[in-house]
Each structure stands twice: as structure tokens, then as C-alpha cells.
Ligand binder design. Structure first.
Ligand SMILES: *[C@@H]1O[C@H](CO)[C@@H](O)[C@H](O)[C@H]1NC(C)=O
Ligand SMILES: *[C@@H]1O[C@H](CO)[C@@H](O)[C@H](O)[C@H]1NC(C)=O
Ligand SMILES: *[C@@H]1O[C@H](CO)[C@@H](O)[C@H](O)[C@H]1NC(C)=O
Ligand SMILES: *[C@@H]1O[C@H](CO)[C@@H](O)[C@H](O)[C@H]1NC(C)=O
Ligand SMILES: *[C@@H]1O[C@H](CO)[C@@H](O)[C@H](O)[C@H]1NC(C)=O
Length: 443
């Protein structure tokens, strides 16, 4: 029981300081809107991150040449920081604009980290983010040296972060995080983009799933690899992903389909910013809720769109709090401008709301200890038939198999804990009480 008391106290501390970095796309932001006009609507972001300075392989290795648009952005970031001193600005290097081999060859050539620092600080930024998604085996140690040197040379004056992959296979193969984790303030985990089949509909960001990669497994994996939970920042996508169904009659997850044409010329196929969702969705289109993943998609004749909406985001934020993760970032701010609700930044607001300490969350520790859910029975008749498991509220090492409403008590193997989300025994024990707090599966 002591564990719950301790956890409850930690939640309060962690959530009051939750990180909420807002990423802005360097190439796309200005196509869409002028940030300046709406800044009062998003200054509760803790960090404003400009994505990305491209690295290029020319003589001597260079950053991409500044053009007028960049200069515009840099000025804006600096001016905003002056107006809102609590908002920290970060310049991100790398990203998809930088080919992996270029990053590798920079590392191999023994990058001078002071170049990065000089570049970012001369433009007025408070920090540096390094977005390198596919370090090769040979890059692992150099990547660590690079981040460690960056930290050492910044002499405590800069925020240092890394934006990293959310694909479990890539995470395991490409990063060796222990040697560099102390050198970064936090990692932005790209926990979206799990629709990995080009010719089948897929969910963009399922929270959990037994069938595909998902947000929970990704964050768990980073934690398991040794990243302190408070340094893990969940990524939230403010764009949906659209497909054209091969057969409109077959519109389930995994149905044969092709990526939808880009909705704007400068976007890749499939990508539909939240601000444009209303163009393919009207009051006659119904959202389909996928319980396994707590996400939504909708179908409009031949168009199939997986997307994040405020409801799914609030749930994700509760998961962040529940597990004491550091916070969540939005990718990207400009896609969330003027959502179909007519409000600016509806998804960002949902993140803020979900992370807020007051939000629908039992903070009173003694109450958790002494008052079980009044209507709770071990085996709820509304349990989904494919998940006939229930947790033991008094002992996280045990769980129940439910045959209808009749419970059979079972124990996890040594060292494992029942996990109410995965519905299995797991090394990670913070989700043992989850259902009682979230009321998701047990109604
Ligand atoms: C959003 O920003 C605009 C312009 O600064 C301001 O007029 C409006 O009141 C803001 N809305 C909210 C909800 O903060
Ligand atoms: C950033 O803004 C500050 C004051 O707001 C100014 O003194 C400084 O010169 C600016 N730096 C850049 C690089 O624009
Ligand atoms: C389907 O999408 C089209 C635009 O692609 C839109 O005009 C139409 O209203 C949508 N229909 C429904 C039922 O949402
Ligand atoms: C929604 O369906 C109703 C009833 O079929 C129809 O009258 C209305 O025009 C539809 N709305 C849109 C935006 O297509
Ligand atoms: C779960 O649902 C029950 C019944 O609706 C309610 O009394 C309880 O407060 C809920 N728990 C939480 C944490 O929302």
C-alpha cells in the first residue's frame, strides 16, 4: 500500500512541472499562418522548438544556408522569448530533412560541437535539440560522445535535448542511451506514425495494441533501456493519416488501401493536418473508436482517416501522469491552428488540460488507500470477451482470470507485475491500478 501513497505524491510533483514542448516546422509553418497573431493561445507551451536545421555535406560540413524564411523564424523565436521569458526556445538540428548518411559522416568526421552552440546562441536560442532517428551501429558511440561534448561545452547555459525514434526495432538497434542520457534534459519520443503498412489502413498512434507497435510499448521500452521516466516526453501528432480504400465495403483497420493524395502540395501523401480534417469530415461522418488503442478513425466513402482528437489526447496525457513521465510534445503547432471546433490549438489545449494536475484525478492518497471503488466487483460483466482479465487491487503481483463473473486468482512470475493496460504480467508495474482510475475497461 505504501507504494500507492508514494506514487500519488509523485504525481502531484511531476504533473505540476509537466513538460509541454511545442514543435514548429521550419519549412511549413509560414505557409500556414503567422504564429505571432495567436501567441497568447499557446504560450503555456514550456518550450518552443524550431524543426529543423538541416545538416549538409559540403566542403568542411555546413548547416543549410539561411534563407529569408529562416531569418524570419529566428527573429520571431527570439522576440517571443523576450516577451514570454518562461517560454524556452530550442533549435533542432537534423530531422527528416537531413539524410542519415550525412549525419553519420558528420559524426565520423569529428564534429566541432562549438559550431552548433555558436550557431544556436548567436540566433538567441536557449537550447539545442538533436534529431537523429537512425544512428547506425557504428554511430552509437560517436553519437554519445557528441551529446556528451555538447553538454560539456554548453557549460550549463543551454538546454540539451534529443528527439528520438518511436519504432521499437529502431530503438533497440540504433541507440545506446545509457552513455548519453545524463547529458540531455529530456528526450522527445516520436510515439506516433505506427501505421507501418503502405497498402493497408493503419492506426497512427494506438495507445496500446497487441497487434502493432504502439505508444505504450515505445515509452516502456525507453524506460526499460534506462531513461528516467521524467526525461521521457511523449510525442503527439497533430496531423491525421489518410488512405483511399481499395474497396469501400472493406473499411476496417488493416483493409487494403493506398495513401491519400497530399492535401497541400508541400505535405507528403497521407498527411492531413488537424486544421484540415473538417474538409473530409462533416456531421454525417462518424468516428469509429478502437478500444484496443484508444484511438479513432473515420470513413468518408473511400477515404479512411486515422487521427488524434481531444478525447484520445486527454487519455494519453493521463497515461503520462500515471507513469510519471516528463510530459508530452505536439508535432506540430501549426497543424493545430483553427481546428474544426473554431478554437485555436484544440489539441494543444487538450494536452494542457490532460496534463493539468486538477484534471479528474484522485490526488488524495489516503482515499486511494482506504476506499476501494464503491461499485467495483472483481469480474465486471462488461469485460470485453477477448480480455477476460482483472487486476487485484490489493496486490500488483496477482491478477484474476474471469470466467463470466467468477474470478480465478493467478500470480505473476517472480519480478513481474500485473499490468492492466497490456493485460499481462509485465516488468513495468505502474499500470496495475490503471482501470480503477481511468474507468476504461470496466465501465
Ligand atoms: C487567442 O489569441 C488572440 C490574439 O492574441 C486573442 O485575441 C484571443 O483572446 C486568444 N484566445 C484565447 C482563448 O486565449
Ligand atoms: C534577441 O532579443 C534580444 C532582446 O529581446 C536582443 O537584445 C538580441 O539582440 C536578439 N538576438 C538576436 C540574435 O536577434
Ligand atoms: C467527404 O469528403 C468530401 C471532401 O473530400 C466532403 O465534401 C464531404 O462532405 C464528405 N462527406 C462526409 C459524409 O463527410
Ligand atoms: C447530412 O445528412 C443529412 C441527411 O441525409 C443531409 O440533409 C445533410 O445535407 C448532410 N450534411 C452534409 C454536410 O452533407
Ligand atoms: C469510475 O467510475 C465510477 C462509477 O461511475 C465513479 O464513481 C468513479 O469515481 C470513477 N473513478 C474515476 C477515477 O474516475
Amino acid at each position: 500500500m505504501l507504494r500507492f501513497l508514494v506514487l500519488a505524491t509523485c504525481f502531484g510533483i511531476a504533473t505540476s512541472e509537466a513538460l509541454l514542448p511545442c514543435h514548429v516546422g521550419r519549412y511549413m509553418g509560414f505557409h500556414l499562418f503567422d504564429l505571432r497573431q495567436y501567441e497568447d493561445n499557446y504560450t503555456f507551451c514550456t518550450h518552443l522548438v524550431l524543426d529543423h536545421v538541416r545538416l549538409i555535406a559540403k566542403e568542411g560540413y555546413q548547416f543549410a544556408i539561411l534563407d529569408d524564411k529562416d531569418a524570419h523564424f529566428y527573429e520571431y523565436f527570439n522576440a517571443t522569448k523576450a516577451k514570454h521569458p518562461e517560454l524556452k526556445t530550442i533549435l533542432s538540428f537534423g530531422g527528416p530533412e537531413t539524410e542519415s548518411w550525412v549525419f553519420s559522416s558528420w559524426l565520423k568526421s569529428g564534429i566541432d560541437v562549438s559550431e552548433f552552440i555558436r550557431y544556436a546562441t548567436s540566433l538567441g536560442f536557449d537550447g539545442i535539440d538533436i534529431a537523429f532517428f537512425y544512428p547506425s551501429a557504428a554511430d552509437k558511440a560517436r553519437f554519445a560522445d557528441f551529446l556528451n561534448e555538447l553538454r560539456a561545452h554548453s557549460k550549463g547555459r543551454l538546454i540539451i535535448t534529443a528527439t528520438v525514434s518511436g519504432d521499437p526495432r529502431v530503438i533497440k538497434n540504433s541507440y545506446d542511451v545509457i552513455p548519453w542520457i545524463d547529458s540531455v534534459d529530456f528526450i522527445n519520443v516520436q510515439s506516433y506514425g505506427y501505421h507501418d503498412k503502405k497498402y493497408r489502413t493503419g492506426l497512427l498512434s494506438p495507445m496500446f495494441s497487441s497487434r502493432s507497435n504502439n505508444v505504450m510499448d515505445t515509452l516502456d521500452l525507453w524506460a526499460k533501456l534506462g531513461v528516467p521516466p521524467e526525461k521521457i516526453v511523449m510525442g503527439v501528432s497533430s496531423y491525421g493519416y489518410g488512405y483511399l480504400l481499395d474497396d469501400p465495403e472493406n473499411n476496417k483497420v488493416g483493409a487494403p488501401a493506398h495513401l491519400a493524395l497530399p492535401i497541400h502540395a508541400w505535405l507528403p501523401p497521407g498527411v492531413i493536418p488537424y486544421r484540415d480534417i473538417h474538409k473530409v469530415r462533416n456531421e454525417n461522418t462518424t468516428d469509429v473508436y478502437v478500444e484496443e488503442g484508444n484511438v479513432y478513425y473515420f470513413v468518408n466513402e473511400t477515404m479512411w482517416v486515422s487521427y488524434e482528437k481531444p478525447e484520445s489526447i486527454v487519455f494519453k496525457m493521463q497515461f503520462v501522469k500515471e507513469n510519471d513521465f516528463g510530459g508530452a510534445y505536439i508535432n506540430a503547432l501549426e497543424y493545430d491552428y483553427q481546428g474544426h471546433t473554431g478554437l485555436n490549438f484544440p489539441l494543444l489545449r487538450a494536452m494542457k488540460k490532460g496534463l493539468a494536475i486538477e484534471y479528474d484525478y484522485p490526488t488524495d492518497a489516503p482515499e486511494i488507500k482506504t476506499t476501494p471503488e464503491p461499485s467495483y466487483t472483481i469480474c465486471n460483466p462488461r469485460l470485453p470477451i477477448y480480455y477476460p482479465w482483472a487486476p487485484d487491487l490489493d496486490d500488483c503481483k496477482q491478477y484474476y482470470y474471469c470466467d463470466g463473473i467468477r474470478p480465478y486468482k493467478l500470480s505473476c512470475a517472480e519480478g513481474l507485475y500485473w499490468d492492466a493496460i497490456h493485460k499481462k504480467c509485465y516488468y513495468w508495474n505502474n499500470n496495475c491500478m490503471t482501470h480503477a482510475r481511468w474507468n476504461i475497461t470496466f465501465g
